[in-house]
Design a protein around this ligand. Structure first.
Ligand SMILES: [Zn+2]
Length: 147
C-alpha cells in the first residue's frame, strides 16, 4: 500500500492537469510502514526531460539530477525515494509497454494519473513484479488527517 495525504495527492493531480496534453513526472519520497506499506512524506516535481528533448507528449523522463539530489539529502535517514509519478494524457492509468521497458527497480512504486481533456480522472499505483516483466497493482490510500 502507498499512503498519501490529500495535499500530496492533490499536488500530483494538479501537476498532471497542468502538463496536459503532455505528461508530468516527479519523484515520491516516503518511509516504510510495516512490511508492505509506505507512507509518503514528500512529492518532488521534475522537469519532463523527454518532452524537452523530443517534444513528444507521450513520453516522460525524470531528471536524474533530482534523483541524485534526493539520494544525497536522504542518505542515512528513514526516508527514501520510494516511487515516481507521471501522467497518461488520454489514456488509462495502467502502465504502458514503454513504462514496462523503462522500469527496472522492483522497489519503486509507479503512480500514474489518467487525464482526459485536461481533467485528472483516475490515479493508480503499480510496482514491478519480482521477476520484472510485468506490473502488479499497489493499493493507494489517503492518510487519515492525524499523523
Ligand atoms: Zn506511462
Amino acid at each position: 500500500m502507498i499512503r498519501f495525504t490529500p495535499p500530496q495527492l492533490k499536488a500530483i493531480v494538479d501537476a498532471a492537469e497542468a502538463a496536459f496534453p503532455a505528461e508530468c513526472c516527479g519523484l515520491i519520497v516516503g518511509v516504510a510502514e510495516g512490511a508492505d506499506a509506505v507512507r509518503v512524506t514528500a512529492v518532488h516535481p521534475s522537469p519532463n526531460l523527454a518532452l524537452a528533448a523530443t517534444g513528444r507528449r507521450d513520453r516522460f523522463e525524470v531528471d536524474p539530477r533530482l534523483r541524485l539530489r534526493l539520494h544525497r539529502e536522504l542518505r542515512g535517514g528513514a526516508e527514501a525515494v520510494i516511487g515516481l509519478y507521471h501522467s497518461h494524457p488520454g489514456h488509462p492509468p495502467e502502465p504502458s509497454a514503454t513504462d514496462l521497458a523503462m522500469a527496472w527497480e522492483p522497489e519503486l512504486i509507479w503512480v500514474i494519473v489518467a487525464v482526459a481533456e485536461g481533467q485528472a480522472i483516475q490515479v493508480a499505483a503499480h510496482r514491478l513484479a519480482p521477476e520484472g516483466r510485468r506490473f502488479i497493482p499497489v493499493p493507494l490510500a489517503l492518510a487519515d488527517t492525524a499523523p
